[in-house]
Ligand binder design. Structure first.
Ligand code: 0WD
Length: 266
């Protein structure tokens, strides 16, 4: 029996079968969780519904996190169908493409700042608020996805780095607030993975190459690596862990200096 047997999880943020949320859904399904999925709009629905069905899930719903009414309706549906929820996966981020290239100071505008923070950080609070009544008394767990740009400057990541810093603070404040009610809240800081969103970041391919050259494991992380870590964090195996940002990055963030082509290395 899997370590998530009997758990019910809402997965927010599947766009394609390369999405990190999809890696998480697969790991959680393998460990026995029952899944519900949201999709951003009708275009995404066409992709998300068949993916959900392939994991035995019939519960899919529209949820644009900028739309309070749609979020309310989604959680009402969950309440009617399931009555409760054990796991919330938040794997959503967005900034206008022109903000994710070139000079930070030149590309950041009031609008791009607001959009990035609303969709990439506030949305976690907004979802947590609605999940809370369904999770109370159930050892609930929430997990979100961050990136190293929250704590280090990274070329082109720009305003998204600020939004991820806010998201990581969000994890700590939610953990403090919800801990006394038995709910744990954690984040995963994932290494770069080629997904639809990642394609919007200028120079992303270079990032992948750099990580593979200098990270201790000399490779990039996979959807499976991140999925397994998320499944663990949302399971009883991680019952003592909350307010934490877990790095799943092949060790990249731990390195102060690394020489890619040392003698004797392949
Ligand atoms: O290298 C990477 N791919 C990393 C991603 C490294 C570290 C962290 N992350 C984070 C991202 O910042 C994000 O928080 O992981 C999370 C998931 O990102 P992903 O899996 O890389 O990207 P993707 O497959 O595109 O899924 C993100 C989805 C959106 O896709 P598009 O491509 O349409 O922007 O977030 C969803 C949407 O489906 N999304 C929204 N969902 C609801 N309401 C909204 C919205 N307003 N905007 C975007």
């Amino acid at each position: 029996m899997g370590f998530l047997a009997g758990k019910r999880a809402l997965i927010v943020g599947v766009a394609t079968d390369r999405s990190i949320a999809w890696g998480i859904a697969q790991a959680m399904h393998r460990e026995g969780a029952e899944l519900a999925f949201t999709y951003l709009n009708d275009k995404m629905k066409e992709r998300v519904v068949p993916l959900a069905e392939s994991l035995g899930s019939r519960l899919t719903m529209p949820m644009d996190v900028t739309n309070d009414g749609e979020m309310d309706a989604g959680f009402d549906l969950l309440k009617r169908e399931w009555g409760h929820l054990d796991i919330l996966v938040h794997s959503v981020a967005f900034a206008p493409r022109e903000a994710l290239a070139g000079s930070f100071v030149e590309s950041t505008t009031r609008d791009s700042f607001r959009t990035a923070h609303e969709i990439s950080s506030y949305s976690f609070t907004a979802l947590a608020k609605r999940a809370l009544p369904l999770m109370e008394g159930r050892d609930g767990a929430m997990v979100t996805l961050s990136y190293l740009g929250a704590v280090r400057s990274i070329p082109s990541y720009n305003v998204m780095g600020l939004a991820k810093a806010s998201l990581e603070a969000n994890v700590r404040f939610l953990a403090a607030d919800l801990g006394p009610r038995g709910i744990r809240v954690n984040g995963i800081s994932a290494g770069p993975i080629k997904t639809l969103s990642a394609a919007g970041i200028s120079g992303f391919r270079k990032m992948l190459g750099h990580v593979a050259e200098v990270a201790p494991l000399r490779r990039n992380v996979t959807l499976e690596d991140v999925g397994n870590a998320a499944a663990f964090l949302c399971s009883h195996l991680a019952n003592g862990i909350t307010g934490e940002i877990l790095y799943v990055d092949a060790g990249f963030s731990t390195v102060g200096m690394s020489f890619p082509h040392e003698a004797g290395e392949g």
